[in-house]
Design a protein around this ligand. Structure first.
Ligand code: CP3
Length: 336
């Protein structure tokens, strides 16, 4: 007998094609990281954050810790959006408790793309470990606007300087340079095994009206188009008001990830039934009153029932989250 055995699509990839899943797939932003004691142990051994990111064995291990522990449907590469400025020649370090710090932006950016090579090795390890499983390997990049805010302000942005920069002579050139390196970096992630790329525009909400289109939506769409046919998850956090306009710039399979202040139902009404959405529980739900967590998850599930959806938070898992609460969330979603 030569009957074909049906190949089941991975739930996240199937949802990205617009298919409604029997049970909603789940992964969480920052599912790997400081809320996990087993992460903190490896992080301490590695020394600083960038040493961990550029050690493929350790980076693959911390990527997989939450996948194994919780039974996540997605595995997000352990890295950071700020490796792109680093690869463009701007010095980068992560100081304990202070977040990222960048050197002043040089007048001439000298690319050193080789610093990214260990990250591709991490992805090769991950894709070999996830072969023949239902887990989707997710790669990611920062969107040009969010990356630019850190480059311009040399760390946590307050946005005035970044907004001023947008009206300067140099803005178009800088965005072009970021887009070029980001496309090369994302394509190399796909080649090394990433099955979907998420584009993080964490600070899209700081752009208003036509600036949101020009500096967030259009650059993200340009990057997404260059990655075809790889599916893309777009995350213009806080800038979801005009997603209908963004759809006109996109093709292929994609999803919109939503921040926690955005109504899934309203976005669904605006964009129609076919596009996959991702999100958007408030990360505080996993910290606040335990008795209320189950109710919040139920509410989300009823809102997204019968639609292509990937369950996630509206922002990253907070470091003071108890792993038991994450497990309870995943178990509730798996129970359907
Ligand atoms: O989601 C994941 O688990 C994948 C890995 C990942 C990290 N950063 C690891 C990280 C991803 C997808 C990112 C994206 C990222 N990085 C964004 C966009 C998403 C968002 O959070 O809005 C941004 C703005 C950054 C820049 C960045 N990196 C900041 C502001 C910080 C410091 C804040 C913090 O949480 O400490 C980082 C450091 C960082 N990136 C850590 C992790 C796990 C903490 C480093 C540590 O272990 O000390």
């Amino acid at each position: 007998m030569d009957e074909k055995i049906p190949v089941l699509k991975k739930p996240i990839l199937s949802a990205l094609e617009g298919n409604v899943q029997k049970k909603q797939p789940i992964w969480l932003m920052r599912q790997a990281g400081r809320h996990l004691p087993e992460y903190r142990e490896i992080r301490a051994k590695a020394g600083d954050f960038l040493s961990l990111v550029t050690n493929p064995t350790q980076a693959a291990e911390v990527t997989l810790q939450p996948v194994r522990k919780y039974g996540m449907d997605g595995s997000i590469l352990f890295s950071d959006i700020l490796v792109v400025p680093w690869a463009m020649g701007q010095g980068l370090r992560f100081e304990a408790g202070e977040g990222p710090k960048l050197d002043p932006m040089p007048d001439v950016l000298e690319k050193q793309l080789d610093v990214l090579l260990p990250i591709y090795e991490t992805l090769r390890i991950l894709s070999s470990k996830l072969e023949n499983t239902s887990v989707t390997q997710i790669g990611f990049v920062g969107a040009p606007w969010t990356v630019a805010t850190y480059m311009i302000e040399q760390g946590k942005p307050s946005f005035q300087k970044s907004r001023d920069f947008l009206v300067s002579d140099r803005s178009k050139t800088l965005f072009k340079q970021i887009i070029k390196v980001t496309i090369a970096y994302a394509r190399a992630q796909v080649k090394a095994g990433a099955e979907v790329i998420k584009i993080f525009d964490s600070w899209a909400g700081q752009l208003l009206g036509s600036d949101l289109h020009k500096w967030s939506y259009e650059p993200m769409a340009e990057i997404g188009a260059a990655l075809a046919p790889t599916p893309v998850i777009y995350f213009p956090r806080g800038g979801e008001n005009y997603l209908q306009d963004l759809t006109t710039l996109l093709s292929g399979n994609y999803a919109f990830a939503l921040g926690q202040n955005t109504s899934i139902t309203q976005v669904r009404e605006a964009i129609g039934p076919g596009v996959c959405l991702q999100g958007n529980l408030n990360p505080d739900v996993l910290i606040n009153d335990e008795a209320k967590q189950e109710e919040a998850v139920k509410q989300l599930l009823s809102e997204v029932q019968g639609t292509p959806h990937i369950v996630n938070l509206g922002h990253g898992v907070r470091k003071d989250t108890n792993p038991k609460r994450v497990q309870a969330l995943v178990d509730q979603i798996k129970a359907g």
